[in-house]
Ligand binder design. Structure first.
Ligand SMILES: *Cc1c(COP(=O)(O)O)cnc(C)c1O
Length: 355
C-alpha cells in the first residue's frame, strides 16, 4: 500500500556550519523523517518534520532493555553537483534484518527509501561540497511502550536524522594502530553480532577504552569461543592480503555483514584478485608476517571506506604491516569505491542512486 508522506517545514533555518570544521555526528539538519508503529495501524504516518526533541516517559522500553536498531549510510554530491546515495537499499534491507532479530515489526522497504529521498530532497543544501565530505544518514528504530516487562514493545518509532560530516581523512590517510584483545569479545554465534543493535556498541566501549589508554586506535576482536580467529576491527570488517590473496572472515553469525565488505569482495574479484572468505587465526596473521608474506591489512566500513592497519599488538608482540604504510591494493580499492561514489569512475554495478 502506497502511503503519502506528510511534510511539515521548519519555520527557521539553521545557519550552515563551515565545511572545514564539521567533525562527525555533532551537527544536525533542519528536518527529520518519522514514522510510527502500533498493532492497529501497523507502520503509519510517515512524515518529514522539523528536527527536534522527542518527549517520552522514563519507563519507555528502549531505555531499559535496548530494543533499538540503526543504520549508517551517506549522501554525497557527485562531481556534477548531484546528490547521490551508495547502495541505499542494502542498508534498508539490513535494517529490516536487524528488526526481525530483536522482534521489531518489519517496514515496507520501498516506502522507507521513498521517505529517505523526500527528506534528502528537502535537505539537499545540507550536503557539504568540500572534497571527501558527505551527509551522514542515521535511520533508527526504538521501542516506545511505557512498560518495564521484558517483552517486545507493541509500539515503535522509526526516525531518520541527517548530519553533515567532514572528510574522514582530512589530514591524509594514516594507517591505524590496532590492539588484539584476548580478554573481551564483541559477539558470539547465536547472538546479535550480525545486526546493528544498540547494545553491541555499549558492549564494545570498555575494550576500546583500554586499547585507547594503551595508545591504540581500535580493538581487533577474536571469536568468542576460542579467542583465536579474527572477526572484526572496531566497527569495521577486516581484510588481510597474504601472498597476493585477499582473506576476510566468513559471515557466520557473529560478524556484521558490511556493505563496504561486500563491495570490496566484488571489486577485488573484478580486479582479478583471488579472494577467500574463510576463518583466519591471529596466529596465521603473525606467521605470515614473520615469513614476510603479510602484505596489507585494512578495515572496511561506511565512515572510512578503507582504513589501513599499520600496527598490530597481540600478546605484547607488536608488528608493523607494510612498514606502517597504506598498501597499493588498499589504495586502489579506496580510490575505486570513492571514485564511484563521487561520480569520477563509471558505476558499472549500478551502486549509485540519484535522489
Ligand atoms: C556498520 C558496521 C560495519 C560496516 O558496515 P558497512 O555497511 O560497511 O558500513 C562493520 N562492523 C560493524 C560492527 C558495524 O557496526
Amino acid at each position: 500500500m502506497e502511503m503519502s508522506i506528510r511534510i511539515v517545514k521548519s519555520q527557521e533555518k539553521k545557519t550552515k556550519p563551515r565545511e572545514d570544521s564539521l567533525g562527525f555526528g555533532k551537527i544536525f539538519t533542519d528536518h527529520m523523517f518519522v514514522m510510527d508503529y502500533n498493532p492497529d495501524k501497523g507502520w503509519h504516518d510517515p512524515r518529514v518534520v522539523p528536527y527536534g526533541k522527542i518527549e517520552c516517559d522514563p519507563s519507555t522500553m528502549v531505555f531499559h532493555y535496548g530494543q533499538a536498531i540503526f543504520e549508517g549510510m551517506k549522501a554525497y554530491l557527485n562531481d556534477k553537483g548531484e546528490p547521490v546515495l551508495f547502495r541505499p537499499m542494502e542498508n534498508i534491507k539490513r535494517l529490516n534484518m536487524s528488526a526481525r532479530r530483536v522482534c521489531i515489526p518489519e517496514f515496507d522497504e520501498d516506502q522507507l527509501l521513498k521517505g529517505l529521498k523526500v527528506l534528502l530532497d528537502i535537505e539537499r543544501d545540507w550536503i557539504p561540497k568540500a572534497e571527501g565530505t558527505s551527509l551522514y544518514i542515521r535511520p533508527f528504530i526504538i521501542a516506545t511502550d511505557s512498560c518495564l516487562g521484558v517483552n517486545p514493545s507493541k509500539t515503535y518509532k522509526l526516525m531518520i536524522i541527517l548530519s553533515p560530516v567532514g572528510a574522514y581523512y582530512a589530514e591524509g590517510i594514516k594507517p591505524i594502530k590496532i590492539y588484539v584483545t584476548e580478554e573481551y569479545v564483541r559477539a558470539s554465534k547465536g547472538g546479535v553480532g550480525h545486526i546493528k543493535t544498540a547494545g553491541n556498541y555499549a558492549a564494545s566501549l570498555y575494550a576500546a577504552k583500554e586499547a585507547s589508554d594503551k595508545g591504540y586506535t581500535q580493538v581487533l576482536w577474536l571469536d568468542s569461543k576460542h579467542h583465536k580467529y579474527v572477526e572484526e576491527v572496531g566497527t569495521m570488517n577486516i581484510f588481510f592480503k597474504i601472498d597476493g590473496k585477499l582473506i576476510t572472515p566468513p559471515l557466520e553469525g557473529s560478524i556484521l555483514p558490511g556493505i563496504t565488505r561486500a563491495s570490496v569482495i566484488e571489486l577485488a574479484s573484478d580486479m582479478g584478485i583471488s579472494i577467500e572468505e574463510r576463518p583466519i587465526s591471529i596466529q596465521e596473521v603473525y606467521d605470515a608476517h614473520s615469513e614476510g608474506r603479510l602484505e596489507e591489512v585494512f578495515g572496511t566500513g561506511t565512515a572510512a571506506v578503507i582504513s589501513p592497519v599499520g600496527t598490530l599488538c597481540w600478546r605484547d608482540n607488536v608488528i608493523e604491516v607494510n612498514n606502517g604504510q597504506m598498501g597499493d591494493l588498499s589504495r586502489k580499492i579506496y580510490d575505486t569505491i570513492t571514485g564511484i561514489q563521487y561520480g569520477k569512475l563509471e558505476d558499472k554495478w549500478g551502486w549509485i542512486q540519484r535522489i
